[in-house]
Design a protein around this ligand. Structure first.
Ligand SMILES: *Cc1c(COP(=O)(O)O)cnc(C)c1O
Length: 392
């Protein structure tokens, strides 16, 4: 079946109406880090997620770096992070000279809040309103929570722990634009708007894209102003070029924002398609022994960004990697979940607290095609292969 066209895992859903904005950028010469699309895109994102202000960045990674900078995380500090996520969520901890402490996930793939609570209570001292790691005597200043694959983390419990242990919360909502709570304490709140700072990404594989780009949001406008200042080279005086701090060139360009301004208007449509494709997979996979599609929370409107299949090899008759290879041989792109970060070379020396469940998902989870421009025939083909009907 090698002559079948490639079905990619996750590709951008672009349309030519973006050209209008690009044309204007070219004609006016506003192609760099100034121009009306940047402000308009920032305003649109802020309005969409329900905050007063958003600050654009070159990437989600740059946004996370700035978030840690403005929360004053630096060397000698420690930051709690998940081990099951994309490594860009954790690298910024090292950029600021701090050390990560890795936490396990639970059945939602998000950070296990019960284990987090055990770690904070048993492995830390609380002195002068600071959480101190008993082993290293270092100050645990912040925690980065990731809403994995667009499924919201347990923010209720997390914000409770954050106030009890005085931790700053960075929400890595790079995968979760469009996900919000329908119930509970944070009813109506979007992922990214609950912690101290939230970060979105518009990389090409995310639910909307600007080619590359990110956005920072916060309810604390001084934090946002600081992030904005540091992201444009920390220019104190823009006529005489006075700089009192080390800054970065992290602002989004008008060309990127020209994409974003058009993409954000399609987000709801993309989410709707992702949900209906997910439901189709779910219905069909229910009939296949040994495969299980992971659910999204039903007390949230989830963006259904990535779909995760758990392969039970004894029932399915094939291991996760055998299935992965079969899909690849049939020109269907799929991939195992990320290699856990506490096992990656730069992080081997770091503390990892009772990692258990994440090991299971690392072994058994497969992400299957989920682009919002998948055709029905593509879905059918993927399902046929999963069902074992289509042989190599
Ligand atoms: C995509 C992603 C990032 C990084 O975003 P970029 O815009 O690609 O820099 C960070 N964290 C997670 C969890 C991501 O999925």
């Amino acid at each position: 079946m090698k002559n079948n066209k490639l079905i990619p895992l996750s590709v951008p859903n672009l349309s030519l109406d973006i050209l209008e904005n690009i044309k204007e950028s070219i004609e006016t010469g506003w192609v760099s880090t100034g121009g009306r699309f940047i402000n308009e895109f920032e305003e649109k994102i802020a309005e969409y997620v329900g905050v007063d202000k958003a600050i654009s960045t070159q990437s989600g990674t740059a946004g996370l770096h700035l978030a840690l900078k403005v929360l004053d995380v630096s060397d000698n500090d420690e930051v709690i992070v998940p081990t099951l996520t994309f490594i860009a969520a954790v690298n910024p901890v090292k950029y600021v000279g701090a050390e990560p402490i890795f936490m396990d996930c639970d059945e939602t793939l998000n950070m296990d809040m019960d284990k987090l609570e055990i770690f904070l209570s048993d492995e830390c001292d609380f002195i002068d309103n600071k959480t101190i790691n008993k082993k290293t005597r270092k100050h645990i200043k912040a925690l980065i929570i990731v809403h994995v694959f667009g499924n919201p983390a347990n923010m209720d419990k997390l914000m409770h722990l954050a106030s009890e242990f005085n931790l700053k919360i960075v929400e890595d909502a790079t995968e979760a634009l469009g996900s919000f709570f329908l119930d509970g304490k944070f009813k109506g709140k979007h992922c990214g708007t609950i912690g101290d700072i939230g970060v979105y990404s518009f990389n090409a594989n995310k639910i909307i894209t600007t080619g590359g780009g990110g956005m920072i949001v916060s309810n604390d406008l001084t934090l946002l102003d600081k992030a904005n200042f540091l992201g444009v080279q920390a220019k104190t005086d823009s006529l005489y070029f006075v700089h009192d701090e080390i800054g970065y060139n992290y602002r989004m360009t008008n060309i990127q924002a020209a994409f974003g301004k058009s993409q954000i208007d399609k987000l709801e449509e993309f989410v709707a398609t992702k949900i209906s494709n997910y439901n189709l997979y779910k219905e069909k996979l229910a009939e296949i022994d040994g495969l299980r599609l992971l659910s999204f929370r039903d007390d949230c409107r989830c963006n259904h960004w990535f779909y995760s299949v758990i392969v039970d090899s004894s029932k399915y008759g094939m291991t996760r990697d055998q299935l992965l290879n079969k899909l690849i041989d049939n020109n269907v792109q799929s991939r195992p979940v990320w290699r856990l970060i506490h096992k990656q070379k730069p992080y081997l020396q770091c503390r990892a607290f009772r990692i258990e469940k994440a090991l299971f998902y690392e072994e058994s989870l497969l992400n299957i095609p989920c682009s919002s421009n998948l055709l029905e025939e593509d879905l059918e083909r993927v399902i046929q292969i999963l069902d074992g009907k289509e042989m190599i």
